[in-house]
Design a protein around this ligand. Sequence first.
Ligand SMILES: [Zn+2]
Ligand SMILES: [Zn+2]
Length: 258
Amino acid sequence: MDVRLHCLGTTGYHPSPKRHTACYYLPDWQLMLDAGTGLFRLTKLLLEEPQEKITILLSHAHLDHVVGLTFLLDTLAVTSLKEIVVVGMEDKLRAIQKHLYHENLFPVPPAFHFQALTSPEGQLVLEQDQATLSIHWFPVDHPGGATAFRISSGAKTLAYVTDTTARPDAAYVQNIYDVDALLHECYFSDSHKELAEKTGHSWISAVLEVASISRAKKTALIHINPLAEILNQTTDIESALAATKNIFVAEDEDLLLF
Ligand SMILES: [Zn+2]
Ligand SMILES: [Zn+2]
């Protein structure tokens, strides 16, 4: 059976008229990837299809990936959601608890369970109601450090790679072979390679190389630069994709099946 993935936020840094920041929700796995501003879209989905528990995997704690953790009081108030487990690297969870939930920034710390990952790479098993997920986490290069995930239900496998510079020889590439779906960041077009390297992000031709090496059945490009939309600029990302199969730019509110 196909696994459903709702794209709740497909940009990075800040929202744009059409995109919110990083957040993806997989109801069949009761799983969320990152908690950016797109998280507010979860409430409507949970009213339509209730869940009592979800697990949120955090790639890192930059604000565009975690600010939505402060939106969940609304979700908890009006949906059947009772338990939220937030999984991430220990130092990132500590930063969230200390800073994001500091009373000067946010009034009421929500009652989440925090599950810290204590080594840069490892495996964990999540027993969800409808699936048992094995999760392999591993580091990717990014200022402050970020974590990527390979998640498998046995039947289907997804890789989530965001906030890093795609390189065919990067160590993470060996962890994303033969997945059913790859979500890979692609913040920049090829004309901004230098800026991409400086800020720890990817450009399109390198992402296409990595997607090809990984043999991913489907690749969704995510964490798309919001500025191009605001400036009404076309990037070379769309034209680079014209020659590819099964690689596309994810849009907010897309429902991907894999
Ligand atoms: Zn980001
Ligand atoms: Zn980041």
